[in-house]
Design a protein around this ligand. Structure first.
Ligand code: NAD
Ligand code: MG
Length: 365
């Protein structure tokens, strides 16, 4: 039996994780739960699972994430917190030698080097939950040939085929109407701006040690093919499945093993197809190039990109700025930043706070 902690249990990934765990009670024991909000749902989860540890961040403070992540009876930490707030728990869990099933991609984006160092030093293991990165891991598992090129797929979001002008003034309900995935609000807006795909390119860079010029993105509106992995002879492998996070969550828990799961919808090529692929409209979805550019610049630039994006998305969701201002705020904040090398957590934290202040001022204009 492996002990599991779920950080962010009341969110979309958190709830999907509990659904997966409910079907695998013979292998996993849920020992810790934390949530940022939604006390009622957390109470219900505590009633169902009777975990040894449970905490609501607004009552217990952010330290409860670290407590849950480093408990001796925890083997796997599912980090399903959204945003920068998930970083310290990722670091602490890896330093404590845990497997981190990482949904919180922001951890790796803002502090990729520190996260990798924490894993090396503490003997922890990082396994992606993000469907594209899980697909890559599944294509690579059991092979010792390195990949030559990686192509991540992107649904393109709800505005994939909208005229550029209309995208600029898209409403909050429009942005939250994702065509293929049901997710938390922040990542749903990131999927509409394509900032999410930039975060994923940086995530892939750190997970798989690939230079940025070997990571490409293609728009695939059906979200059936999750990634393409190309090897040196030109051969390409993919992982396919109907869009559901339960499979990548399950795989992050059991990797490199596979287990039966009757809850996963059987694949059917006829109802999945036809499958189409197209290029990203980079001029319309400018957050994508801004994010990848920050990844290439390195150091504190990705943390600044991430913080400015978090602030801009929050302002958009609150109705304070139009959709089209999200990339503008990111661009202005990045332009004012001189990236520094990330040698310690404090450097990332100051870059994050600085960028939040700048972006908030910009959002108030
Ligand atoms: P969500 O908003 O539905 O859930 C977030 C969870 O984190 C909630 O339990 C919330 O209470 C908690 N939380 C929020 N702020 C917190 C804070 N400051 N401190 C502690 N806990 C806090 O988000 P989600 O869609 O489940 O996404 C979670 C993470 O997984 C994100 O990083 C996202 O990018 C990633 N992800 C999600 C999906 C998906 O399908 N939802 C797919 C791939 C990756
Ligand atoms: Mg993804």
């Amino acid at each position: 039996m492996q002990g599991v902690a779920v950080l962010g249990s009341t969110g979309s990934i958190g709830a999907s994780t509990l659904s997966v765990l409910a079907r695998h009670r013979d292998r996993f024991r849920l020992v810790a739960l934390t949530a940022g909000s939604n006390a009622a749902l957390l109470a219900e989860q505590i009633g169902t699972w009777e975990p040894a540890f449970a905490a609501l961040v607004c009552d217990a403070g952010p330290e409860c994430l670290l407590q849950a992540a480093t408990r001796p009876d925890v083997d796997i930490v599912v980090n399903a917190v959204v945003g920068f707030a998930g970083l310290e728990a990722t670091l602490a869990a890896l330093r404590a030698g845990k497997r981190v099933a990482l949904a919180n991609k922001e951890s790796l984006v803002v502090a990729g080097e520190l996260v990798r160092r924490a894993a090396r030093e503490g003997g922890g293991e990082l396994v992606p939950v993000d469907s594209e990165h899980s697909a890559v891991l599944q294509c690579l598992a059991g092979r010792d040939t390195p990949m030559r090129r990686l192509i991540l797929t992107a649904s393109g979001g709800p505005f994939r085929d909208w005229p550029a002008e209309r995208v600029l003034s898209a409403s909050v309900p429009d942005a939250l109407r994702h065509p293929t995935w049901r997710m938390g609000n922040k990542i749903t807006v990131d999927s509409a701006t394509l900032a999410n795909k930039a975060l994923e390119v940086i995530e892939a860079h750190h997970l798989y040690g690939l230079d940025f010029d070997r990571i490409e993105v293609v728009v695939h509106p059906q979200s059936i093919v999750h990634a393409f992995v190309e090897f040196c002879d030109g051969s390409v492998l993919s992982q396919l499945g109907f869009p559901s996070m339960e499979l990548p969550i399950l795989y992050a828990l059991t990797h490199p093993e596979r287990v039966r799961d009757p809850g996963i919808r059987p694949f059917d090529p006829v109802s999945a197809g036809p499958l189409t692929f197209e290029s990203i409209r980079r001029d319309v979805f400018r957050a994508f190039d801004l994010g990848v550019g920050a990844g290439v610049a390195g150091g504190t630039a990705p943390a600044v990109f991430n913080a400015a994006n978090e602030v801009a998305v929050e302002a958009f969701l609150a109705g304070r700025i139009p959709f089209g201002r999200i990339p503008e705020i990111i661009e202005i904040t990045l332009a004012e930043h001189e990236p520094e090398p990330v040698e310690a957590l404090s450097v990332v934290q100051s870059a994050d706070s600085w960028a939040r202040k700048q972006a908030m001022m910009e959002a108030a204009v």
